[in-house]
Design a protein around this ligand. Structure first.
Ligand code: FES
Length: 125
């Protein structure tokens, strides 16, 4: 394996710092389709997530968000997963997404009715 160029490494570290990668308590991945949900609606859900997290100051060190094209479940989407607890959620559509974000990230309620799975080998570490 080749060693990364120092300039490129520092540039990446700067980008990560600007995006609060190292400060975020949680990482929320959301699939916006196309198999588990139509991509057009997925785009609208993604915009709602960005807006909600920003308006509630959850994007500054609390929740780091990432959009995925597939999380390999491919049913009852949009599918989402939150780390480090490794909890999986379904049907995070336009009707449910804001309620989910409020309950899980703002009110910090650990249980949510749309959770369908938890990777216990990860979440118990
Ligand atoms: S397309 Fe969404 S989980 Fe596969």
């Amino acid at each position: 394996m080749s060693k990364m160029n120092e300039t490129k490494l520092r540039n990446l570290q700067k980008i990560a710092e600007q995006k609060n990668v190292h400060d975020s308590n949680k990482h929320f991945f959301i699939c916006t389709g196309p198999k588990c949900f139509d991509s057009e609606t997925g785009d609208r859900v993604w915009k709602k997530i960005k807006t909600y997290l920003k308006e509630n100051n959850l994007d500054q060190g609390e929740v780091f968000r990432s959009r995925a094209k597939c999380l390999r479940v491919c049913a009852e989407g949009p599918i989402g997963v939150v780390y480090p607890e490794a909890k999986w959620f379904c049907q995070l559509n336009g009707d449910n997404i804001e309620g989910f974000l409020k309950s899980y990230f703002l009110d910090k309620k650990p249980e949510h009715p749309l959770q369908f799975c938890e990777n216990k080998s990860i979440s118990k570490k």
